[in-house]
Design a protein around this ligand. Structure first.
Ligand SMILES: Cc1cc2nc3c(=O)[nH]c(=O)nc-3n(C[C@H](O)[C@H](O)[C@H](O)COP(=O)(O)OP(=O)(O)OC[C@H]3O[C@@H](n4cnc5c(N)ncnc54)[C@H](O)[C@@H]3O)c2cc1C
Length: 327
C-alpha cells in the first residue's frame, strides 16, 4: 500500500521539529505515490486530542496515539509494528537522531524490512519511494530502492523541511498495543541538555567554529578557551560532521541544515569548507581559517589563512589574545 507511517516525538506538550519535518516529507511523498501519511505518537496524558490533531497542519491525515513511555525506542517499535500490521503501510519514514536510528534498526529487524539511515532526500519513482543517502564523507550519493512490503527511511537530523500546508485537523485514533516484555525494561531517568546546547551563535560577534580537525569532542575545549579569551559576545560553533559524531550539540551547527550566521569574526578551526558549510557563514565580515592542508577549500573564501596544526596554533592564539586584552 502507498501509505507512509511516521513517528513523532514530543516533550512537554510540544512536537519535536525534526519529527515535524519528517511528517511534512512523509505527507508530500505519500501524495506523490497516491497515498496518505499517518503519524504515530506514544506518551501520556499530555498527548491531548487538540495537540495530536495539529499534526494535520503538516499533512498527516491520521494520528495513531498509544499510551506508553515517551522517548524510548522499544515501545515505539511495538506500536509502529502493530499499526503497520493492521494498516499495511508501505513505508515508515521518520527523523534521525539517536532515537530515530534505534527505532529504525529495531523496526527493520522486527518486520524483516530494508532500512536506509541518514537519508537527505526522498523521491517517487514508478509509484515507489526511493531514498538518497550521502556516503564517502558526503562526496557521493547512494540510492536505495525497496523490495518487499515495507521500506524504512530515516532522515538525517533536520534534513526534511517543515511545511505547514494549512490542511485541517488530523483524525486521532487510540491504539491498544500489547508491549513486548522487554519494552518496559528501560526507564527514562532524566533528560538533559548537551554541553553548549544553550549557545546563541546567531547573535554572536565572534564565532570560533570547530570541525573534524579538532579530532574528538574534547578538542572543543580549544575552541571554548579561544572564545572565552575573546570575551564579550563570543561563542563556539560547529560543522555538521562533528555534530553528527556527537562532539557538539546541534544548536551550534552552521550551514545548509544548521544556522546561518554573519558575525564580525568567524574563526574556522579544522574545517574543510564544504559548500553546505559555506552557505551558512560566507557573509561573515572577517573569515580566518586554521587548517593543516594548504589546499583546503576554506582558504578560497577566507580573509586570512593559517596553514598548520591547530593543536599548536590555537593555544598560542588564545594566550596572545589574553595577553593583548590583559586578562
Ligand atoms: C544534504 C547535506 C547537508 C549538509 N549540511 C551541512 C551543514 O549544514 N553544515 C555543515 O557543516 N556541513 C553540512 N554537510 C556536510 C558537509 O558536506 C561536510 O561533510 C562537512 O561540512 C565537513 O565537516 P568538517 O569540515 O568538520 O570535516 P572535514 O571535511 O573532514 O574537514 C576537516 C578538516 O580539518 C583539517 N584538519 C585535520 N586535522 C587538523 C589539524 N590538526 N590542524 C588543522 N587542520 C586539521 C583537515 O585538513 C580538513 O580540511 C551537509 C552535507 C549534505 C550532503
Amino acid at each position: 500500500m502507498a501509505d507512509v507511517l511516521t513517528y513523532v516525538l514530543h516533550y512537554e506538550g510540544a512536537f519535536n521539529k525534526n519529527s515535524l519535518g519528517a511528517v511534512s516529507e512523509g505527507a508530500a511523498r505519500a501524495k506523490d505515490i497516491g497515498g496518505e501519511c499517518h503519524a504515530v505518537v506514544v506518551g501520556g496524558d499530555d498527548l491531548t486530542d487538540d495537540l495530536c490533531k495539529t499534526l494535520g497542519q503538516y499533512g498527516a491525515t491520521k494520528v495513531h496515539r498509544a499510551k506508553g513511555p515517551e522517548g524510548l525506542a522499544q515501545p515505539v517499535i511495538d506500536v509502529m509494528a502493530k499499526v503497520i500490521d493492521d494498516g499495511g503501510h508501505g513505508y515508515a519514514l521518520f527523523g534521525g537522531g539517536l532515537l530515530g536510528f534505534e527505532i529504525g534498526a529495531g523496526l527493520a529487524a522486527r518486520k524483516q524490512a530494508g532500512v536506509t539511515m541518514e537519508v537527505t532526500a526522498v523521491r517517487a519513482e514508478d509509484g515507489k519511494l526511493v531514498a538518497e543517502r550521502p556516503i564517502l564523507q558526503d562526496s557521493k550519493i547512494s540510492v536505495s530502492h525497496y523490495q518487499g512490503d515495507l521500506g524504512i527511511i530515516i532522515g538525517r537530523i533536520n534534513a526534511f523541511e517543515i511545511q505547514q500546508d494549512g490542511s485541517g485537523d488530523a483524525e486521532v485514533v487510540d491504539v491498544d498495543v500489547e508491549y513486548s516484555p522487554w519494552s518496559n525494561q528501560a526507564k527514562m531517568v532524566t533528560r538533559g541538555e548537551q554541553r553548549g546546547a544553550d549557545v546563541d551563535i546567531e547573535g554572536a560577534d565572534v564565532l570560533v567554529a570547530g570541525g573534524r580537525g579538532l579530532g574528538k569532542a574534547e578538542g572543543f575545549e580549544l575552541a571554548e578557551s579561544l572564545a572565552k579569551a575573546f570575551g564579550g559576545n563570543s561563542a563556539v560553533a560547529a560543522t555538521r560532521a562533528v555534530v553528527d559524531a556527537g562532539w557538539y550539540p546541534y544548536a551550534a551547527q552552521i550551514g545548509q541544515t544548521g544556522k546561518t550566521v554573519s558575525p564580525k569574526l568567524y574563526l574556522a578551526a579544522g574545517i574543510s569548507g564544504a559548500i553546505q558549510h559555506k552557505v551558512g557563514m560566507q557573509s561573515s565580515e572577517n573569515i580566518v581559517a586554521i587548517n593543516k592542508d594548504a589546499n583546503a577549500p576554506i582558504f578560497e573564501f577566507s580573509d586570512l589563512g593559517i596553514v598548520g596544526d591547530l593543536n599548536k596554533i590555537m593555544p598560542k592564539l588564545t594566550e596572545a589574545i589574553k595577553a593583548k586584552k590583559g586578562s
